[in-house]
Design a protein. Structure first.
Ligand code: SF4
Ligand code: SF4
Ligand code: FES
Length: 320
């Protein structure tokens, strides 16, 4: 029989709750979810906790352990000191249903609003062909298990409920990036859409989402930063600038395929999911020199290779 260890588990529902103390037996090799299961089997049979695979693959058992967003089934008890009290609380960014179970439907609303794969014209399903190199470029993003730990961690919504209407969150920025680098996707406005309608402008690249991702997806380095930089690049492209000077805005938009579709889809998305008065960041938050203020990058881990290619390093050098 293993030694007893000290736990604090949040118990309650949407009307309120508190941390409750438990002493639970812990055996070698166990994870936090094992302890929750032992609690359910002994002194707290009504303790609510969502889980499914117990293998880090279903993304259900997201919780906060000693204040850190983590998967309960992948957090070994051996990672804590023997005399350390382990505190288990529900995800903070989403409304509590009961005990450790939260209502994560915010994420499903955002998934519904994210434009899906746009099939190429003139190619029937079953005839799609991709090079292996293109499959591999976005493979990292397809590892997402939708645990929503990144969504829970992002300070844009974690402490600011009011931002949820306008901000899709890191999980959906990687979805936009994945489709953006898909060679058969017919939409060419993924980055602009992410910036204008998914709230990517709110992200100030703190990299907290990357830090908690159990699939080690380089959310910020490989998805958000390349998309942000390229939106800015396009915005400050001298040819685009010249075009704007020569043509009136309505002429440009009338002749730009996809713009109408984007705004219509955006309207539909709002109508379906949210009421109207949604604050929408319309432009990248750039300085006079056309560059993003990315001075907030403080993360000390090196990023992986960019799936957008090795021709860019960030931050970009100042324009001549
Ligand atoms: S990098 Fe952006 S999306 Fe990720 S946690 Fe920070 S602000 Fe949120
Ligand atoms: S990107 Fe990572 S942290 Fe975010 S939902 Fe997917 S697996 Fe979870
Ligand atoms: S139970 Fe499936 S990820 Fe933890």
């Amino acid at each position: 029989m293993g030694a007893k260890r000290q736990f604090k588990v949040w118990r309650g529902d949407e009307t309120g709750g508190d941390l409750q103390d438990y002493q639970v037996e812990v055996n070698e090799g166990e994870v936090v979810l094992d302890v929750i299961h032992r609690l359910q089997a002994t002194e707290a049979p009504d303790l609510a906790c969502r889980w499914n695979c117990k293998a880090g693959k279903c993304g259900s058992c997201s919780m906060e352990i000693n204040g850190m967003p983590r998967l309960g089934c992948m957090t070994r008890m051996s990672s804590f000191e023997e005399n350390e009290t382990v505190t288990v609380t529900p995800l903070r960014a989403f409304p509590v249903i009961r005990d450790l179970v939260t209502d994560v439907s915010f994420n499903y609303e955002k998934a519904r609003q994210t434009p899906s794969f746009a099939p190429p014209a003139g190619v029937a399903p079953g005839e799609y062909r991709m090079q292996q190199v293109d499959v591999e470029r976005s493979q990292e993003f397809r590892k997402c298990i939708e645990c929503f730990l990144c969504q829970n961690t992002c300070h844009v919504v974690r402490d600011h409920e009011e931002n949820k209407k306008a901000f899709a969150g890191p999980r959906f920025f990687i979805r936009a990036a994945e489709l953006d680098m898909h060679p058969l996707d017919a939409r060419e406005d993924r980055k602009e859409y992410a910036q204008a309608s998914m709230g990517m402008g709110y992200c100030n690249i703190t990299k907290c989402c990357t830090e908690v991702c159990p699939e080690h997806i380089k959310i910020t380095d490989n998805a958000i930063i390349p998309m942000k930089e390229r939106v800015v690049d396009r915005r400050y492209d001298p040819l685009v600038w010249l075009g704007r000077k020569i043509f009136r805005r309505d002429q440009i938009e009338a002749g730009t395929p996809g713009v109408d579709a984007v705004s219509k889809e955006h309207e539909v998305g709002q109508g379906v999911n949210w009421h109207r008065e949604v604050p929408q960041p319309q432009t990248a938050a750039v300085g006079d020199d056309g560059r993003l203020p990315i001075s907030e990058i403080t993360f000390d881990k090196a990023g992986g290779p960019s799936p957008f290619g090795d021709d860019l390093t960030f931050p970009l050098p100042p324009r001549a």
